[in-house]
Design a binder for this molecule. Sequence first.
Ligand SMILES: CCCCCCCCCCCCCC(=O)SCCNC(=O)CCNC(=O)[C@H](O)C(C)(C)COP(=O)(O)OP(=O)(O)OC[C@H]1O[C@@H](n2cnc3c(N)ncnc32)[C@H](O)[C@@H]1OP(=O)(O)O
Length: 207
Amino acid sequence: MEVASASAEPGRTWNSPHWTADDIGPDFAPMLDAMRVFHHRLAGARLPDDLTEEMRGIFERLGERLLEHQVPEERQIAGRIDIPGRGQLLVPNYELDAVEPDFLAGRLTYGRHFLGRNGAVYGGAIPLLFDSVLGRLANGPGRPASRTAYLHVDYRSITPIETELRFTAEVARQEGRKRFIRGTLSHGGTLCADVDALFLVLRPHQR
Ligand SMILES: CCCCCCCCCCCCCC(=O)SCCNC(=O)CCNC(=O)[C@H](O)C(C)(C)COP(=O)(O)OP(=O)(O)OC[C@H]1O[C@@H](n2cnc3c(N)ncnc32)[C@H](O)[C@@H]1OP(=O)(O)O
């Protein structure tokens, strides 16, 4: 396995995938999908003691096996591959329906793992989505790497779990190193949250 592009080089962008689907083998993405399903079912479960004990043993054994496969950051797959979810479990999985230089639109469904209370998505999971989607636009093809300076999120109505939601992101304006990006998250015709964000293009010494 070779590193396809290093993000710390001049002219680097965060949108250059370090790895391609060929680098990860056929089972990696389905394995993560199975883990996502597991997260949702675990969040929704009340477990009997014997199953909890069995699971603890399985996780401890698998965790041990992962120890010998630890790699430095630049060689890890998680978050560095252009498959849905970018090969990691932190950000909820989403599908992109429109990808333009200054605009993105897509869909996602927050599963039970992201439940706050009363059927609503945990509030912090919404900026997480916005940071990922707006960050993807801010760091789109041909754009030098930038970092989130602020994300201003307004929660306009309850965001339901287990319901298909739609999001948009668009570049509002660029002023020198500053990229102002805004976005929305909605359910049917209802606006759940919107965001105004500033991304700053990194200076040469910044990572
Ligand atoms: C694999 C395939 C797909 C890949 C897709 C990739 C997706 C990736 C998705 C993931 C993406 C995730 C991305 C992440 O999560 S990045 C991680 C989260 N962000 C950070 O950790 C950033 C931490 N902060 C910094 O590093 C610095 O503060 C930065 C770099 C942001 C600025 O420090 P720097 O020293 O460079 O700049 P400056 O201080 O001279 O300021 C310059 C100008 O900017 C203005 N300013 C600065 N801050 C703010 C502020 N808060 N509000 C309003 N204005 C602000 C400032 O007034 C000045 O304006 P002016 O006086 O010139 O007018």
